[in-house]
Structures are given as C-alpha cells and as structure tokens.
Write a protein that binds this ligand. Structure first.
Ligand SMILES: Cc1cc2nc3c(=O)[nH]c(=O)nc-3n(C[C@H](O)[C@H](O)[C@H](O)COP(=O)(O)O)c2cc1C
Length: 311
C-alpha cells in the first residue's frame, strides 16, 4: 500500500458525507496517512473549495484523495473537478466500478473502489481498479444488504483478487489494524474513529454521542432502499416504525428527503437528524487531534503484535 499510495502508513481516513472536509483530509495527509475529502455531500463548486483549501493546508498534497459515491447525479462533475485540480487518487463507491474506472485511469488517477461482497471485488479488478476497499457490516455509512462482517469478508476478498485489499468496517484501534493485516489486508480504512477528532466537521453533539455510545447504539437500516448504519435516535425510530409497517420505498424516501443527514451530522440535531456511524463507536473514548489518533494507532498496533502469543 505504501508503494501504491504516497503515504507513510497504510491507513486511509475514510471519505464521509458532512464529516470529511478540507481540515480533516489535510490533517490526515500531514499525519502520514491518506486524507480523503468526502464529495458525497458537496456540490462540485463546494468540492472545489475544499480541495483547494486542503491543498493549502498540507505540505503533502499528494496524500489527498476524493471519495465519490456514484449514486448521486453530480458524480461525473465531482470526478472531473477532482481531476482538474490535480487529485491523483480517487475512491469510488455505491455504484458500478465499470462506470468511470477506465476514464479515471486514462486521466492518470489511481482508482480504488469500495465493495462489500467478494464477487463484486472480482468486478473491481476486471474493471481495472488499482485496489479494493472491502467494507464489512460493522462499518458506518452505506453498506451491503448481505451483512457480511469484516472478519468473514476480508479473507474471501483477499482470496478472490490479486490487487491489494484494504479492510474497512469496525476498525478503530491498533488491535483492529493488526487483525485486518492478519486476515490478509494490506491497508485499512477508518471512518468512525476519525469522526471523533478535533479536525472533523461533525457537530460537537455528534462527537459527544460517540463518546457515550454503547455496543448496541447502532443498527443497519433501510435495507430495502439504501442500507445504512444509523445511530439510534428519534429519526431511527421513525424509520424503523415505517419499515416494520412495511412502508414502500417511496414513503421512506419522503422521510429521508428533509435534509436529515445534514441536520444530524453537521448541525447536531441528535434526535431528528440522521446519524451515520459504525458499530466501533462504542470503542472510542476520546476526541483528540488526527495526529494523536494516528500516533496512538501505530503504538497500539506495535503493542498488539508484541502480545500475540506463538502457538
Ligand atoms: C459519517 C459517515 C459518513 C460516510 N460517508 C461515506 C461516503 O460519503 N462515501 C463512502 O464511500 N463511504 C462513506 N462512509 C463509509 C466510510 O467511508 C468507511 O468505509 C467506513 O466508515 C469504515 O467503517 P468504520 O466506520 O467502522 O470505520 C461513511 C461513514 C461514516 C461513519
């Protein structure tokens, strides 16, 4: 991974709607990992501002990447914006790797696609992706319907393809990184851990909710529409009630159509907002700077290796 990507450590700070803007991505690049701007919540003009700001805040602009979920209608424009501004690493998700990989490769970009199923990993490889992020059921944000956990997914994806596999989902500390590497991953992507950092643009209420969360604070919802792991709150209860009543996709979309994700994650409405977060939130007990998180991850990783007993 440190050959494929210009990073010091094989760690990716995940692209996250409403959370990973210029400040978080630049701090990550400065700390030696890949800093990803989450374009999903940005119009192309806003994405341009974030890229320019991030580039001005880091001495390692080559460690900046952009994540583009392909389910949004402006995804092509977002990709064009990133390429025009010199971003060389693109992470695509929530769509087919066939759609833009060739075009991105022709522009000279390194392309990584996110998948939650081993058979789709093969499609990423066939489409020409340079690496795969295999994201398990524990992850925050949108997820696969099949509930394949990171522990089961990673070895199968590693066995299925020849390109490097980056593990994501439920990894929040050095123990998790060691486990992912033991399963055959060559890198890791962490989302939830980086929400609770000084530089993330998550609202303070959101960060506090992570610190007081417990193992059953989240659940994968909206499996018939767009599966997403949510923190339990009043909005979650509304969604659950509708789903239990067998609501149509249209009714669920209507409920979602009120800017709930922004209200929750950026504006801090912890009751009526949509709060996307991974199961690993209950393992997080502090909200330090990105540099401190990365430092701790490396120390914990090394400590974990020293504690593993030979058989
Ligand atoms: C708040 C939040 C927003 C997310 N938004 C996106 C997104 O816009 N695009 C995407 O590909 N993944 C998104 N994800 C998933 C992350 O990129 C990452 O794969 C995931 O967080 C890894 O699992 P973890 O949360 O257990 O670390 C999001 C995750 C969170 C927590």
């Amino acid at each position: 991974m440190t050959t494929l990507l210009p990073v010091k450590y094989p760690i990716i700070q995940a692209g996250m709607v409403w959370v990973s803007g210029a400040k978080l991505a630049a701090a990550s690049a400065n700390a030696g990992i890949l800093g990803v701007i989450g374009a999903g919540s940005m119009k192309p003009e806003l994405l341009e501002q974030h890229i320019l700001k991030a580039q001005s805040l880091t001495s390692h602009p080559e460690r900046l990447a952009v994540n583009v979920p392909l389910l949004y209608e402006k995804s092509k424009e977002q990709l064009e914006t990133a390429i025009r501004l010199g971003i060389k690493i693109i992470i695509t998700s929530a769509g087919s790797p066939k759609t833009y990989t060739k075009w991105l490769k022709d522009q000279g970009a390194t392309v990584i696609h996110v998948t939650s199923r081993p058979e789709l990993a093969k499609k990423c490889e066939a489409a020409g992706c340079d690496a795969i992020i295999a994201e398990g059921f524990e992850a925050g944000g949108h997820n696969g319907r099949d509930e394949i956990t990171t522990m089961v997914l990673i070895p199968q994806v590693v066995d299925a393809v020849k390109i490097p596999v980056i593990a994501a989902g439920g990894i929040v500390d050095g123990r998790g990184i060691a486990a992912a590497f033991a399963l055959g991953a060559q890198g890791v992507q962490l989302g939830t851990r980086f929400v609770a950092t000084i530089e993330s643009s998550a609202h303070e209420n959101f960060k506090q909710a992570i610190l007081s969360s417990h193992p059953s604070s989240t659940m994968l919802m909206m499996k018939k529409h767009v599966p997403v792991r949510l923190m339990k709150n009043a909005f979650f209860n509304e969604v659950k009630k509708l789903e239990d009543q067998g609501a149509s996709e249209e009714e669920i979309v209507t409920l979602l159509g009120h800017g709930r994700a922004k209200a929750g994650m950026l504006d801090g409405d912890m009751q009526n907002g949509e709060i996307e977060i991974g199961q690993g939130c209950s393992l997080i007990h502090d909200c330090p700077s990105v540099a401190q998180v990365v430092n701790q991850l490396i120390l914990d990783y090394q400590k974990t290796l020293s504690l593993i007993a030979p058989l």
